[in-house]
Write a protein that binds this ligand. Structure first.
Ligand code: FRU
Length: 490
C-alpha cells in the first residue's frame, strides 16, 4: 500500500496509458468529456479548491484495481473546470498510521494562507473499537488533517495524530466520516457524517479555533431510519455520508448521501445557536449519482461535482479496467421558495461544435444516426402542452428513453418517474448530455437524472425525438469536443 503514492507520477497520463493498455482508450463506453481517473476505480469528488490560478479537484481512487478499495486521493488540476491535467496521487495510506486502510472523503480549505485537507482515515481495529458498523465492523474512522507543502498542491504533510480521534462520548455511531469544514466570524465549524441504529443518520457539528482542536457541539441536522432492515446503515437511512453545508444566495443548503440517494435540504441557519432548520427538501439527482461535493468558485458561484456510479455488474467494470466518472460541474442556486436549482456550469459550453437546429412539429419524429457519442441536446419546455420523448435506439430497439410530459405533469426515464418541477422554472429547458455510457439530463434547471447505458456504439446508435401536443419546438444540438485524445482526460 505504501508504494501506491508513486503509482501516478507526472506525467501521469503516459504511465496510465502504458498501464491501461490500448483498450481503455478505445472503449466507447468510456466518457470523453467527463473527468475520469486515468484508469481503475474512482468514486467521490473530494476537496475542490481554487488555489493560485488553478482549480484543484481531488477524488477517491483505488490506484491498483477497477473495484472499490485501498482508497487514495487522486488529484487533477484545471484552469476551466472542464479540461484536466492529472497530478500525482495527493494522499496515500500511511502504513501503521490512522489511515493505513484508506484515505476516505473530505474537504479542502485555506487556513492562514495554507491549503489544508480534512479527511477521514480508516484503520483496522478489534470489532468493539470499530466505527463502521456495516456488518464488517473492523475499521475505525478518525478525522485527519494534512497541509500543503508546495503551491502545486502535490505534496501534503499529514499531522500524525487525528484531529478528532473518537465520535462524541456516549454515541454508538454507525459511521463517522467525510468532514466538511467552513469558516464563520468566530472560528471554524465542521459537519461530520454519522448516524445511530434506530435513531437515524445525522451530520455532527464541531467547532475549532485552529482546525486542529475540535469541540463537539450537537447534530447540525438529523433524519429518521426508513424502516428497512439493512445490515448497511447507509441503506436504512441510519448513516449519512458526505454532508456538504454551504450558503448560496443568502440561503443555506445541506446535502447528504444516504439510502443510495443524494438529498438536498434548504432552510435557515441560526448562526448564533449553530442550528440548521430545514424548510424544503428534494433529491439532487434521480439516477446514478452519489456523494457530491461543492465549493465556492472565485467568482462566487457554487459549483458541485458528483460521482457517477457504474450500474453494470462488478465483474464487467473490473474487466473493463475503469469504473466511475465525475459529473459535469454543476452550478447551484437557491430559488425564492427555497428550491435548489442546478445547471451545468457555463464553462461546459466551450466544448460545443457547430450548432444544428431543427423545428419539431407535433406528431413528427426526428431520427438521426449518432456518428459520435458526444452530444448536447437543448429544447424548451413549458411552452408546449404535450410531451417530448427522446430515445436512443440500437437496431431500432429502444435502449434509453426520457419523456417530459407537460400535459401529464410527469418526467419518466426508465424506472424513474417524477412530477415536473413545480413553477417557477429558472430556465424552462431540457438539456441532455450524452458521453459514451453516461447521460446527464437536466430538467427545467431543477431536476437531474444521470443514466448509464453501456450498449451504445458510435454509428450504430440512433437518436429519436418525438413530440405530441399543439405547438412546435425548436431543438438545438451540438457535437461536443473530447477533452483528451485518448479518453484518459489529461
Ligand atoms: C461515499 C463514501 C464515503 C467514504 C468514501 C470511501 O461514496 O462511502 O462515505 O468516505 O465513499 O471511498
Amino acid at each position: 500500500m505504501g508504494a501506491a503514492a508513486s503509482i501516478l507520477p507526472t506525467p501521469a497520463r503516459a504511465l496510465a496509458s502504458a498501464l491501461a493498455g490500448p483498450d481503455i482508450a478505445r472503449d466507447s463506453a468510456r466518457p470523453e468529456y467527463h473527468f475520469l481517473a486515468p484508469h481503475n476505480w474512482m468514486n467521490d469528488p473530494n476537496g475542490p479548491i481554487w488555489w493560485r490560478g488553478k482549480y484543484h479537484l481531488f477524488y477517491q481512487v483505488n490506484p491498483h484495481a477497477a473495484v472499490w478499495g485501498d482508497m487514495h486521493w487522486g488529484h487533477a488540476t484545471s484552469i476551466d473546470m472542464v479540461h484536466w491535467r492529472h497530478e500525482p496521487v495527493a494522499l496515500a495510506p500511511t502504513p501503521g498510521g490512522p489511515d493505513s486502510e484508506g484515505c476516505f472523503s473530505g474537504s479542502a480549505v485555506v487556513a492562514e494562507g495554507v491549503p489544508t485537507l480534512l479527511y477521514t482515515g480508516v484503520q483496522n481495529v478489534p470489532p468493539e473499537q470499530a466505527t463502521i458498523r456495516d456488518g464488517s465492523d473492523k475499521l475505525r474512522e478518525t478525522q485527519l488533517l494534512a497541509t500543503a507543502e508546495d503551491d502545486s498542491l502535490r505534496t501534503w504533510k499529514k499531522q500524525v495524530a487525528p484531529v478528532i480521534a473518537t465520535p462524541p462520548a456516549g454515541m454508538a455511531v454507525t459511521g463517522f466520516r467525510d468532514p466538511c469544514p467552513w469558516r464563520e466570524a468566530d472560528g471554524w465549524y465542521m459537519a461530520v457524517g454519522a448516524g445511530e441504529r434506530g435513531v437515524g443518520g445525522c451530520a455532527l457539528l464541531y467547532r475549532s479555533a485552529d482546525l486542529r482542536h475540535w469541540e463537539y457541539l450537537h447534530p447540525l441536522a438529523s433524519g429518521k431510519p426508513n424502516g428497512l432492515k439493512a445490515v448497511n446503515p447507509c441503506d436504512s437511512g441510519e448513516m449519512w455520508e458526505c454532508p456538504d453545508f454551504f450558503e448560496v444566495n443568502g440561503q443555506h443548503c445541506l446535502l447528504y448521501s444516504s439510502e443510495g440517494k443524494v438529498f438536498w435540504t434548504t432552510g435557515e441557519y441560526d448562526a448564533r445557536e449553530h442550528r440548521f432548520f430545514e424548510k424544503r427538501r428534494g433529491l439532487l439527482d434521480h439516477g446514478a449519482f452519489y456523494a457530491p461535493k461543492s465549493f465556492r468558485a472565485p467568482d462566487g458561484r457554487r459549483i458541485l461535482w458528483g460521482w457517477i456510479q457504474e450500474t453494470r455488474p462488478e465483474g464487467e467494470f473490473a474487466k473493463a479496467g475503469w469504473a466511475g466518472a465525475m459529473s459535469l460541474p454543476r452550478m447551484l442556486t437557491i430559488g425564492k421558495q427555497g428550491q435548489l436549482q442546478m445547471n451545468p456550469a457555463a464553462e461546459v459550453e466551450q466544448l460545443r461544435g457547430a450548432v444544428e437546429r431543427a423545428t419539431l412539429k407535433p406528431g413528427a419524429v426526428i431520427r438521426q444516426k449518432l456518428v459520435e457519442l458526444r452530444r448536447e441536446l437543448l429544447m424548451p419546455m413549458g411552452i408546449f402542452h404535450g410531451a417530448v420523448t427522446v430515445r436512443l435506439l440500437i437496431n431500432r430497439d429502444k435502449v434509453w428513453e426520457l419523456a417530459v410530459d407537460v400535459a401529464g405533469n410527469a418526467v419518466r426515464c426508465g424506472k424513474v418517474s417524477l412530477p415536473l418541477p413545480s413553477l417557477p422554472w429558472p430556465r424552462p429547458i431540457l438539456r441532455i448530455f450524452l458521453d459514451g455510457s453516461v447521460i446527464e439530463s437536466f430538467i427545467g434547471g431543477r431536476e437531474a437524472i444521470t443514466s448509464r447505458v453501456y450498449v451504445l456504439k458510435p454509428r450504430e446508435t440512433e437518436l429519436e425525438i418525438s413530440l405530441t401536443g399543439k405547438r412546435s419546438i425548436e431543438i438545438s444540438q451540438w457535437p461536443l469536443a473530447p477533452i483528451s485524445p485518448d479518453r484518459l482526460t489529461t
